[in-house]
Design a protein around this ligand. Structure first.
Ligand code: BDR
Ligand code: CA
Length: 317
């Protein structure tokens, strides 16, 4: 069973990703990063998720702002707190520490072969990799949710996690780690709609009820902002890429992050041109650096995620 560190900014889809990782993997630790909402909020949301789904794992708060850019959140999608919608219980415990970056460094150094699954802006991971350049090679891999090979969500071409901290994403993509990307072109294949909400709500128990209410709130917000009552269940895809690799098809490609474009900052430029110089070099001779997830087995992914929520949603909590 894969041993997994999740770096997150819950967000309903981060919460589902945590449940999925705890159910199908050995979830070793959780770090949080400012993203969907400010750091204090997403840290509380990660702790709440653990509480609701009986996940006995420490949560360490990490960076509250990107490497270079000013902080940026997504209240129009996730609400100001990141967990808009349900009424939530009081927290029963606090974070284990506020040095998530040191926690990542120490943990990855203490054990070879961990998977790191970042599902928020890549700030913590970049800070850890910069401070400890031995980390990328100690990991089994980095399976991140972010970027896109096609359209963006927060700009026409940029996806939120990469847009919030493009400099951090560039550090991670250049790190030499085994990198798997779950970008929007993949995660939109995991459809969130009212049908998914109904299936989650039917499970019952406090955890599933909270998740279904979070997803309803997300759909309400998306409908208001984008005129569409539909979205992608993004973050669990990065977990499934580790726990159920057969569900996602990958191809090794060159991926770079646009750092300077007037209209394109935060875009991931995924080279999908046919032809390559070798198995390790792309069309322009640069090293192929990312295993790009391009096709999801939606039915299987949906069943796996619903099963994970069902197994961990407790009626008595
Ligand atoms: C990503 O941004 C956040 O809103 C989600 O949690 C996901 O990680 C999708 O762009
Ligand atoms: Ca996220």
């Amino acid at each position: 069973m894969a041993r997994i560190l999740v770096d997150c900014d819950p967000g309903h889809d981060d919460a589902v990703a945590l449940v999925t990782a705890a159910h199908y993997g050995e979830l070793v630790g959780i770090t949080t990063v400012g993203g969907n909402a400010p750091l204090a909020d997403v840290t509380s949301n990660a702790l709440l998720t653990c509480q609701l789904f009986d996940i006995q794992v420490d949560v360490h708060a990490g960076a509250d702002r990107p490497l270079v850019a000013p902080p940026r959140h997504a209240p129009e999608i996730h609400g100001v707190s990141g967990f808009a919608g349900p009424s939530l219980p009081a927290l029963e415990r606090g974070p284990a520490s506020s040095d998530g970056v040191d926690y990542l460094i120490d943990t990855i150094r203490s054990e070879e072969g961990l998977w790191l699954v970042p599902i928020g802006p890549l700030t913590n991971v970049a800070l850890a990799f910069r401070q400890a350049p031995d980390l990328p090679r100690r990991l089994a891999g980095v399976s991140f949710m972010g970027g896109s090979a096609t359209i963006g969500n927060h700009t026409p071409v940029a996806e939120f996690n990469v847009l919030v901290d493009p400099e951090a994403a560039a550090v991670v993509l250049a790190s030499g780690a085994h990198i798997q990307m779950a970008g929007l072109d993949l995660t939109h294949q995991f459809v969130i709609d009212d049908g998914l909400v109904a299936d989650i709500a039917t499970i019952g128990g406090t955890g599933a009820t909270v998740i279904s209410e979070l997803v309803v709130s997300y759909l309400d917000q998306v409908e208001q902002v984008r005129g569409l009552r539909k979205g992608g269940l993004h973050d669990p895809c990065a977990v499934l890429a580790v726990t159920h690799p057969e569900v996602i098809r990958h191809r090794l490609r060159r991926v770079d992050v646009e750092l300077t474009g007037t209209f394109t900052r935060g875009m991931t430029v995924v080279d999908r041109r046919p032809g390559r110089v070798s198995d390790t070099e792309g069309a322009d001779g640069q090293p192929l650096n990312v295993h790009h997830g391009h096709t999801l087995d939606h039915e299987t992914a949906r069943r796996l995620v619903l099963d994970a929520i069902a197994a961990r949603s407790r009626a008595d909590r």
